[in-house]
Design a protein around this ligand. Structure first.
Ligand code: MTE
Ligand code: MO
Length: 311
């Protein structure tokens, strides 16, 4: 009788091994492409600030969004729902010292100081599209490390099937948390195979500079094929869990926001079309791409999922 390797190792171990192989292949491809795509003036003079940036695995022909726009047009409801005021209201967030606890269904639960964590892993550059469910998008040159590397350190057990993320809860520093429109803290989740996918990043910076509070300093998730709200900011806690986590948005508007939230131009939001998007810095709207343009990398994760809904 044939035994699938997923039955004799944990799902986690199985998936990470598989993903490691694709990772190596793409890294090689990235080295060739990366040289043609750095058209930003900020990149040139700040690149030296990070000593160990490897080449992007996902270089894009799209023009980068300016540092100015990325850091001044933000969604971070813990501060305000006004995108142009997040950068002002978040300036005093204390981002150092900062600890992050990684636990739940793992063999080695650990609490990391963020400064140590950043030293453990090489920082890679990844240029990704970010598509907000509201219908705007950006192209952001992140630095960070694959979430998979962090999960490897804590060794998820056989029962771990999902990853749950939580943002800092501190209404004194985050005035938006005084509103009870939402159930704080902000929570998000991924299926474990999504979490170990090559594209899934823990970001620590943008344009070669440390992340600013408005972008989710000191550590935020980036899942480029999903709507932006999945990319949870200012994470203090990551837990491996058995059941699908319920996110803040699923609780706030269960008929509008599902768990998967994969970018899909064919599935409209109940209140607006998702067929096109406004790229910040451009005049014409663009067509929204399936999985935000990452179909090749992620479509096989959803072979058994109904793609006519977003839930
Ligand atoms: N904790 C937290 N994370 C969050 C949000 C938020 O309000 N709180 N907004 C999300 C949404 S809707 C988007 S589009 C992105 C925006 O990221 P950016 O401001 O860095 O572009 O962050 C996501 N992560
Ligand atoms: Mo968003």
């Amino acid at each position: 009788m044939k035994i699938r390797s997923s039955e004799i190792t944990s799902e986690y171990t199985y998936l990470s091994r598989r993903k490691f192989i694709t990772n190596t292949t793409k890294l090689m491809l990235g080295t060739v492409l990366a040289s043609s795509c750095s058209d930003s003036d900020i990149t040139t003079n700040t690149q030296s600030q990070i000593d160990n940036v490897s080449n992007s695995i996902d270089s894009l022909p799209d023009k980068l969004t300016t540092y100015e726009s990325i850091t001044n047009y933000n969604n971070f409801y813990e501060f305000t729902t006004d995108k142009e005021r997040v950068s002002i209201l978040s300036q005093d967030l204390v981002i150092s010292p900062w600890t992050i606890r990684v636990g739940g269904l793992v063999k080695n639960p650990r609490t990391f100081d963020v400064d140590d964590l950043i030293k453990i892993f090489d920082q890679e550059e990844r240029i990704y599209r970010l598509r907000c469910v509201e219908g705007w998008s950006m192209v952001i040159p992140w630095q960070g490390f694959p979430l998979r590397k962090l999960l490897d350190l804590v060794e998820p057990t056989m029962d771990a099937r999902y990853v749950r993320f939580e943002t800092l809860y501190d209404p004194n520093q985050m005035p938006g948390q005084k509103s009870n429109w939402y159930e704080w803290p902000y929570v998000e989740g991924l299926r474990i195979d999504e979490a170990v996918n090559d594209l899934t990043l823990i970001a620590t910076g943008i344009y070669g500079k440390q992340l600013l509070p408005q972008n989710g300093a000191p550590l935020r998730l980036v899942v480029p094929w999903k709507y932006g709200f999945k990319s949870i900011k200012s994470i203090v806690r990551i837990d491996l869990v058995a059941k699908q986590p319920e996110s803040l948005w699923m609780k706030a508007a269960p008929r509008e926001y599902g768990f998967y939230a994969n970018v899909n131009p064919k599935v409209n939001h109940p209140r607006w079309s998702q067929r096109t998007e406004r790229r910040i810095g451009e005049l014409q709207r663009r067509n929204t791409l399936m999985f935000n343009g990452y179909e090749e990398e992620v479509a096989d994760l959803y072979a058994n999922l109904d793609m006519t809904t977003n839930f």
